[in-house]
Design a protein around this ligand. Structure first.
Ligand SMILES: NC(=O)C1=CN([C@@H]2O[C@H](COP(=O)(O)OP(=O)(O)OC[C@H]3O[C@@H](n4cnc5c(N)ncnc54)[C@H](OP(=O)(O)O)[C@@H]3O)[C@@H](O)[C@H]2O)C=CC1
Ligand SMILES: O=C([O-])CC(=O)C(=O)O
Length: 262
């Protein structure tokens, strides 16, 4: 059995824990969880215990890593990913991350890659609310490639960000246009998808991103378009909630343990 832990016990972590309970991840034991607010970690532990699965709530990241997990699911934030990636990799723990925005920083990205290699560990970039990383990478390898990313949200999905004002409730507007690197700086927890798609293709500085706010729109559309001399591919995903991102972690974990890999 592989030892699994989770950092960041919110909505998406709950989907992973439920998958363990439902028997969708038979190759893993969820041995520990850690979250900024202790009660969130305790909630997952309680659920696991109700199903006869031992799991502990750790008070610190160090305590969690001392469990010597094989895999750590990061479902917290890009800031958390920045803090935990190197210690986890040095601990012999591979990381499945949803907060790919942390990997927009080139220096950090290289350091993570070198540390993973030196320790026989890996970072797995979950497809999250987008996907098609196989075709994005393949088309990029062919050369002369451009890529762009379009995200549509409702105004409520932008509340608390620097671009939000009440006029967005009645007016459709492009609220951001720039690179994926700039996008994740402005919306640190909302556009991990753009950095993920960029890392599979042209990189965060070269992925052109636009974000449109549409009154009354519920959920997110994430559309990646890649072009080279021969290929034109569009990955266009609408999702009513972000649950697809939690399920993409379940899918990644199944892949890691599977004799047949997608
Ligand atoms: N790649 C993708 O497509 C997507 C990626 N995401 C990423 O996944 C993350 C999780 O999403 P979601 O589950 O919906 O978010 P939630 O806010 O529901 O859960 C995140 C949890 O992580 C905890 N947390 C935050 N920072 C830290 C930290 N430094 N150390 C430990 N715990 C921490 C939060 O604590 P507290 O309760 O104290 O706030 C919260 O309980 C997002 O922040 C985003 O970065 C999300 C959607 C799609
Ligand atoms: O809107 C979504 O579900 C995608 C998201 O949060 C992200 O990329 O960080």
């Amino acid at each position: 059995m592989k030892k699994l832990v989770i950092v960041g016990c919110g909505r998406l972590a709950g989907i992973v824990a439920d998958a363990v309970v439902k028997g969708l991840l038979p190759d893993y034991d969820l041995v520990g969880v850690y979250s900024r607010t202790a009660s969130k970690a305790a909630h997952i532990v309680h659920k696991m215990q109700q199903h006869g699965k031992p799991c502990i709530a750790c008070a610190t990241l160090e305590e969690l890593l001392a469990l010597k997990p094989d895999y750590l699911v990061e479902s917290a934030s890009p800031a958390a990913m920045r803090e935990l990636a190197l210690p986890a990799l040095r601990n012999g723990t591979s990381v499945i991350t949803l907060s790919i925005g942390a990997l927009a920083d080139e220096t950090f990205y290289q350091e993570v890659a070198e540390t993973a290699k030196a320790n026989g560990t890996r970072i797995y970039i979950a497809s999250g609310a987008t996907g098609g990383f196989d075709v994005l990478r393949t088309a990029s390898l062919m050369g002369n490639t451009t890529a762009r990313f379009f995200n549509e949200k409702g105004p409520n999905g932008l509340k608390g960000t620097p671009v939000y004002d009440d006029s967005l409730q009645t007016e459709q507007r492009t609220v951001f246009s720039g690179s994926a690197a700039e996008a994740i700086r402005l919306f640190p927890t909302k556009v991990n998808v753009t950095v993920a798609a960029s890392r599979a293709s042209v990189g965060p500085e070269n992925m052109q991103v636009s974000i449109q706010s549409t009154p009354g729109f519920v959920g997110d559309t994430q559309k990646v378009e890649i072009k080279n001399d021969q290929v034109h591919a569009v990955v266009d995903i609408y999702s009513a909630t972000s649950d697809i991102a939690g399920w993409s972690v379940v899918s990644t974990l199944i892949n890691i343990a599977s004799p047949i890999v997608f």
